[in-house]
Design a binder for this molecule. Structure first.
Ligand code: BG6
Length: 486
């Protein structure tokens, strides 16, 4: 069978510590910002899927309302990978995964973020995970920070708007390099760095009601994260870390609503403000001029030292990764019909079908995205997240028939193949939520992404036993044939 995928294409799966691990207060782990995120359990499914309510709930957690009722937090239990990683890695091996993308929980290594010494138990945990991956020929792709920030860094320092966070983060990265330099194959300093703009609580540890000039604080956080990114690359070079270091954004793909030049201008700005800005800084090494104009016109003054710009310029990333879930419409028409999307409320596209959560499915947009990104940067590309959140049914015989997920993945793999034919240097794909985990946006278990089912409900009840879905066998075949059989 012939395939268009390169010989060493990295077929993989992705998770994040706060959504999959559980064990929120075990092994010396400190409390992080995801552990204290409210569940919105008072909302019905319809309300959760309604963008107006979503906006309301986003405001609610940005207002820092938290409760101490442990039962309210599925995040704290995740999929219990902390206790079941051996079983999970065995399943990944059976699936034939070439690479596993996971994040390290900062609060497992530095419980408060500013501790003098790292927590050895946390280091041991990840050592064991990586060792098992290696024994099973699974490469390791580590996200150093996937949203979960030690709560103490938010309470004591105000989150990423405080420049001290750069030092705490780099100290954390140093401990990771010291301990895992030989275990990790790809490093990613930040998950979806642009989430700091779209969900400043998740990305930057910002609490809206505590900020006088919220937008200013958002971009200040981002500047510090860009610095932390470059300093981490610098540190890796100094410490002889061989594995490539990449950046990641949540990629938003926009189509103009009409041929009206006004809509096209909105589309240009949407692309610049939501996508290009971030990858321009981290891959090209400078603040683009269009952003400087944006800052001026919006009265945003980022505090920076002159040497910051030199650092950003000198230490850029080796590869670019992104998450891709949906596309949306850019329009000057404020009344345009809305729908939900990853991190944003999106304008609806009448030509696309949506997932049960309102995210507009669009494989063609993935091909467009890959082409645009490769044209601009000429660096290797990695799809760090993509997948379908859907409600699955566990049958009496423990089978799960998720043809809708297979259809979604197949169409996106075909689009990847077309991009490779277009000449795009795509090196890997880590399917989001390879094993069911707690949804980050709607904070529920029933929005499932995995090819592996986890028997747990929205309150964290259940056996947490794992079952293979139909998509498991299908993805296994795809990997085995390197994409020849879709
Ligand atoms: C990405 C995040 O934005 O989207 C993941 O990096 C998240 O953490 C994923 O889980 C899917 O979003 P959701 O809200 O369906 O979990």
């Amino acid at each position: 069978m012939t395939t268009i995928f390169p010989k060493d294409f990295l077929w993989g799966g992705a998770t994040a510590a706060s959504q999959v691990e559980g064990g929120w207060n075990e092994g010396g782990k400190g409390l992080d910002t995801q552990d204290v995120k409210p569940q919105f359990s008072y909302l019905t499914r319809e309300q959760k899927n309604d963008w107006k309510y979503k906006q309301m709930t986003v405001e609610k957690f940005e207002n820092g309302k938290k409760s101490n009722d442990v039962s309210l937090y599925p995040f704290r239990f995740g999929s219990d990978q902390y206790h079941r990683y051996e079983e999970d890695i065995k399943l990944f091996a059976e699936l034939g995964l070439k690479i596993y993308r996971l994040s390290i929980s900062w609060a497992r290594i530095f419980p408060n973020g500013d501790d003098e010494q790292p927590n050895q138990e946390g280091i041991e945990y990840y050592k064991n995970v990586f060792k098992l991956c290696k024994e099973n020929n699974i490469k390791v792709f580590v996200t150093i920070l996937h949203y979960a920030i030690p709560v103490h860094l938010v309470d004591e320092y105000g989150g990423w708007k405080n420049r001290k966070l750069v030092d705490f983060y780099v100290k954390y990265a140093k401990v990771l390099f010291e301990n895992f330099k030989d275990d990790v194959d790809y490093w990613l300093p930040f998950n979806e760095i642009n989430a700091t703009r779209f969900n400043p609580y998740n990305g930057g540890g910002l609490i809206k009601e505590r900020e006088e000039h919220y937008d200013q604080a958002v971009y200040q956080c981002l500047h510090h994260q860009f610095l932390a990114n470059s300093q981490t690359i610098k540190l890796a070079k100094e410490m002889g870390v061989k594995a490539p270091i990449g950046c990641m954004i949540a990629r938003f793909c926009h189509y103009p609503g009409t041929p009206n030049p006004a809509d096209n201008l909105v589309q240009l700005h949407d692309e610049q403000y939501t996508n290009w800005f971030y990858t321009d800084v981290m891959a090209r090494g400078f603040y683009p001029e269009y952003m400087n104009r944006y800052f001026e016109e919006n009265n945003i003054k980022i505090e920076m030292k002159e040497s910051d710009l030199e650092l950003l310029n000198e230490y850029t990333v080796d590869f670019i990764s992104f998450s891709y879930y949906f596309t949306q419409v850019s329009t000057a028409d404020k009344e345009w019909e809305k729908t939900d999307g990853n991190l944003v409320i999106a304008n609806k596209n009448p030509y696309l079908e949506s997932s049960e959560w309102g995210w507009q499915k669009d494989p063609t947009g993935l091909r467009i995205t890959l082409n645009q990104m490769y044209d601009r940067y000429r660096k290797p590309l990695f799809i760090a997240e993509n997948g379908l959140g859907a409600e699955d049914i566990l049958e009496e015989d423990n089978s799960i028939h998720d043809n809708y997920r297979i259809d979604y993945l197949k169409s996106h793999f075909e689009a990847m193949g077309e991009s490779i034919k277009d000449g795009v240097n795509l090196i890997g794909y880590t399917m989001w939520g390879i094993i069911d985990l707690v949804s980050c946006g709607s904070i529920e278990m029933s929005k499932r992404y995995g090819v592996i089912y986890v028997d747990a409900d929205d309150e964290g009840n259940g056996t947490f036993d794992r079952y293979k879905k139909d998509s498991f066998y299908w993805y296994k075949d795809v990997i085995e044939t390197n994409g020849a059989k879709l």
